[in-house]
Write a protein that binds this ligand. Structure first.
Ligand code: ASP
Ligand code: MG
Length: 411
């Protein structure tokens, strides 16, 4: 029999009425003959509140206790949805991560799934039971303790379960009706995509599009899980298909650029008058790596005195203070005259697998941005994307300019 995983995010299960609406979506799929596993998030706002309580109770010394608290939101919604389904006459059973079990490593707070045993869920299907699974949760088998998968982790629960039970499809229901060419709140002419390639979605999510947890896209790509992003606010009797995330080969009309993403979560650091000699880059970036800080864009200016140079790079805004401290500590070894920093920057990226076979894609963007007076502070490129770092004040203008440039505007 065909199998389906349906995942519902926090806004879709925010209250009992919405949970009933979710139950209607589930009923439709059960009635059409699917064996269904549902994965739920906590009610919207709940996880934030739980995290807030943990922090209020004390500095997090022990992430096992953080997980014990924050995993509880999903326990509530899984039980409630199972109840709502039973009320509609559909046999259903709730499952916590540890009951399945969903085994993870021991990295509490951002654990990675290592193994899922689908046997008990499949057994339940045999008894015509819908499985309602608490997303976000796992179990570290080495300690027997509950883990969580990082914020937004229910997406990853859903895709990983789909792979484990060999589901035909994984439908991620959310409060938008699919993946857009860019954020529709910024560009009114953003278009919903019918399809997007796994690799493109991975870049979009990594570069700031908030639809899916990055890790979930990785899992979908590795296991080839056909994943749809669609709206839970559609009429359950008349659902829209949403956006399919799939192999590149399954997309017929490939554009050069598929989407524009942006992230405000960036900080720019410039080290002035760094000695221009071998070993300096290592002296700068080694301490950052040791502090587990991800450095993204790097620009080194050619020095005009052949003695010193400036190096600019970006780190996640949340890591900015730690990065500055690590650099100050390494100051004697690196030898720079000053640190300049700005958190008022945004990284705007264009993504598309078509870039592999087209030249000049980024060059056209640099020209278009220059014509609008947008100054570019740093650039990075890779096979299927390029990113520019600009002043945050120009975010909308830059995103709109690139969206139009690559023909993404809706008619
Ligand atoms: N409830 C968790 C969070 O808010 C997991 C999720 O919703 O995916 O991060
Ligand atoms: Mg989410």
């Amino acid at each position: 029999m065909a199998r389906l995983v349906m995942k519902f995010g926090g806004t879709s299960v925010a209250n009992i009425e919405r949970i009933r609406n979710v139950a209607r979506h589930v009923k439709r799929e059960v009635d059409s003959g699917f064996e269904v596993a549902v994965v739920v998030s906590a009610m919207s706002g709940t996880t934030n509140e739980l995290v807030g309580w943990v922090k209020e109770a004390g500095a997090v010394h022990d992430w096992r206790e953080y997980d014990a608290v924050v995993a509880s939101g999903e326990q509530v919604t899984s039980g409630l949805l199972a109840t709502a389904l039973q009320e509609m006459g559909i046999p259903a059973r709730s499952w916590q991560g540890w009951q399945i079990p969903i085994e993870t490593d021991g990295a509490h707070g951002s654990a990675r799934i290592e193994k899922i045993d689908g046997a008990r869920l499949i057994e339940g299907f045999g008894a015509n039971e819908v499985a309602v699974i608490a997303g976000f949760q796992g179990l570290d088998p080495a300690t027997g303790r509950i883990t969580t998968l990082g914020r937004g982790g229910s997406d990853t629960s859903a895709v990983a379960i789909a792979a484990a039970i060999q589901a035909d499809r994984c439908d991620i229901y959310t409060d938008v009706d699919g993946v857009y060419t860019t954020d529709p709140r910024v560009v009114a002419r953003a278009r919903r995509l019918d399809r997007i390639a796994f690799e493109e979605m991975l870049e979009m999510a990594s570069l700031g599009a908030k639809v899916l947890q990055v890790r979930s896209v990785e899992v979908a790509m590795v296991h080839g899980v056909k994943t749809f992003v669609r709206s839970s606010f559609d009429d359950p009797a008349n659902p829209q298909p949403g956006t399919l995330i799939c192999d590149e080969e399954d997309i017929l009309e490939q554009q050069v650029v598929t989407g524009i993403a942006f992230s405000k979560d960036e900080a720019q650091i410039t080290l002035r008058k760094v000695a221009d000699k071998p070993g300096v880059a290592a002296a700068i970036f080694q301490p950052l790596a040791e502090a587990n800080i991800n450095v993204d864009m790097i620009v080194q200016v050619v020095s005009d005195d052949a003695a010193t140079t400036d190096i600019t790079f970006t780190v996640p805004a949340a890591e900015f203070e730690r990065a500055r401290a690590a650099l100050e500590k390494a100051r004697a070894e690196v030898g720079f005259s000053s640190i300049q920093a700005s958190t008022d920057v945004v990284k705007v990226s264009a993504i598309g697998v078509g870039m592999r076979s087209h030249a000049g894609v980024a060059a056209a963007a640099f020209r278009a941005l220059a014509q609008k007076g947008v100054n570019i502070r740093a650039i990075t490129t890779s096979e299927i994307k390029f990113s520019v770092l600009i002043d945050a004040a120009y975010t909308e203008l830059a995103v709109r300019t690139l969206h139009t440039l690559y023909g993404l505007d809706k008619a």
